[in-house]
Design a protein around this ligand. Structure first.
Ligand code: HEM
Length: 455
């Protein structure tokens, strides 16, 4: 009996024991069509993976972190024999970096992991946006996702101040001033955010929100998000065919790939790759701790948030933009994203059939990138209206022109192809509504020749 045979036999016995006692195979998620074995179909799973890793590294950090602004009166980076008045929150971070084996790797992984989670969440959001994943019946998945994005931003915001660096303390205060300007909601949330108005009160609130309240809310909402995903299955590729079904029925699952073990191991491969990259980057470029808040001996640092809030900070720098206007812009943006499934209700999901949504998406993305870079290069520098118009207007105008030209060109060629085929479709009129006109009277273009998959 060779080793391989012996090994497999025993592995099967162990697995059989676990399966019989725990029924693990029943925990498996829905089977999926074979074509979904592409990273672009699993952008949400990548975000979820990043979240789980954040929870793991965060719990380890919790063993060392001290959420206090009281001076430690230990040397804390000062020459031996002298005592520092640095706050305990900063000192415990300093100790983690310099005194704990692998501490710097742990902290940097958590910080860069947060950046990665936000970046992946943006990718997941934009994929759903461009491919119309929010359309019927996934409206609730989309809305839960929007709230998840807000909570993820909330994790970043509340975590920034925890090492109690000067730059983070000041930026958090700017953010809180903005939040307090929210009509009605601002006044209601003020006591909740500011606690008793002392720096310790603020730090304690941010700490509680970061390590308990927001992660719990995020976990619960993620559960709902995935449960919704399970009930509809993955969205089929976006095509221009308005009669295309948007869900797979249960009967089709027999021909699909089971979650266990195929999808599970496919995901594990990506999760391990992510972990390797994260640790590699954290080991090669460890995060440097800036000076603490209240260190009057240090040169004052510029107030600057992390990259994902730089765009908002730049908007506040615009001449004439008050905090109320900046908050108003953010609220309108969030409402647009939340309400998108009800604003764009046509059954067509392919981006080339939704020029207005694509135009808005491109413009917002362009603004986001420009404002982020601008905010990073000139934080806190006031910008005159002419300079704002000179930079933002070209992005909007070029987008409108390119999308409009592309759309007109596409409509023309698409229509002539349909006429050549004698199809009942006409782009000048509306597409037949799904489930509306009897299917026998319409002959949708063959998917292979006319309507290529978006992926
Ligand atoms: C913490 C953030 C988020 C996590 C962890 C998450 C997780 C997931 C997961 C695991 C899926 C299953 C399919 C996949 O892996 O892509 C999914 C699907 C989906 N998510 Fe998210 N998501 C998040 C944020 C968002 C956001 C911001 C939106 C949009 C506003 C969104 C909208 C959707 C939609 C529409 C689907 C169904 C997509 C399809 O069927 O192809 N999610 N999400």
């Amino acid at each position: 009996m060779g080793f391989e045979h012996w090994f497999n036999k025993n592995l099967n016995r162990v697995w059989g024991f676990i399966e019989q006692r725990a029924g693990i195979s029943k925990w498996a998620l829905r089977p999926q069509p074979a074509f979904t074995f592409k990273p672009s179909y699993w952008t949400g799973a990548f975000v979820a993976n990043a979240f789980f890793i954040q929870v793991a590294t965060g719990l380890l950090l919790l063993l060392y972190y001290e959420p206090s602004v009281a001076p430690t009166l230990t040397s804390c980076g000062q020459p031996l024999g002298t005592y520092s008045t640095a706050p305990a929150a900063w000192c415990s971070t300093y100790y983690l970096i310099h005194g704990v084996p692998m501490g710097s790797l742990l902290l940097s992984s958590h910080l860069y992991g947060a950046y990665a989670m936000l970046f992946l969440a943006f990718i997941h959001f934009y994929r759903g946006y461009y491919l119309g994943a929010y359309k019927k019946p996934r409206e609730f998945s989309w809305m839960a996702g929007t709230l998840l994005l807000l909570l993820t931003l909330g994790m970043g915001f509340t975590g920034y101040i925890l090492p109690y660096t000067e730059i983070a303390y000041n930026a958090t205060n700017v953010g809180i001033v903005l939040a307090l300007r929210l009509p009605t909601l601002g006044a209601l949330t003020a006591p909740f955010l500011l606690a008793n108005g002392t720096p310790q009160g603020l730090l304690s609130r941010m700490f509680a929100l970061h390590v308990l309240v927001i992660p719990l809310a995020l976990g619960a909402l993620l559960y709902a998000h995935i449960a919704l995903f399970e009930s509809h299955g993955i969205a089929p590729p976006a095509t221009s065919d308005p009669t295309q079904r948007n869900v797979y029925v249960k009967a089709e699952e027999k021909t699909q790939v089971p979650f266990w073990p195929q999808i599970f191991f496919y995901m594990t491969k990506w999760a391990l790759l992510y972990l390797g990259l994260l640790f590699g980057i954290a080991a090669l470029w460890p995060w440097q701790l800036p000076t603490y808040y209240g260190n009057f001996a240090a040169v004052a640092s510029v107030t600057e948030p992390d990259w994902y809030f730089l765009w908002l900070f730049k908007v506040v720098d615009f001449y004439g933009v008050t905090p109320v206007i900046a908050v108003g812009i953010t609220v309108v943006l969030m409402l647009y994203i939340l309400a998108l499934p009800f604003l764009d209700r046509s059954p067509r999901r392919h981006p080339r059939d939704r020029p207005i949504v694509v135009m808005i998406g491109n413009t917002l993305l362009g603004f986001f990138i420009l404002l982020t870079v601008w905010g990073g290069l000139t934080p806190g520098v006031q910008i005159l209206p002419m300079a704002v118009a000179e930079r933002l207007a070209p992005i909007a105008i070029i987008n409108v022109l390119v999308v409009a030209l592309f759309y007109l060109r596409y409509r023309k060629s698409y229509q002539s192809r349909l006429i050549a085929r004698g199809s009942a479709y006409r782009l000048s009129g509306a597409y037949p509504v799904v489930g509306g006109a009897p299917r026998a009277t319409v002959s949708p273009p063959s998917r292979a020749s006319e309507v290529k998959s978006a992926d």
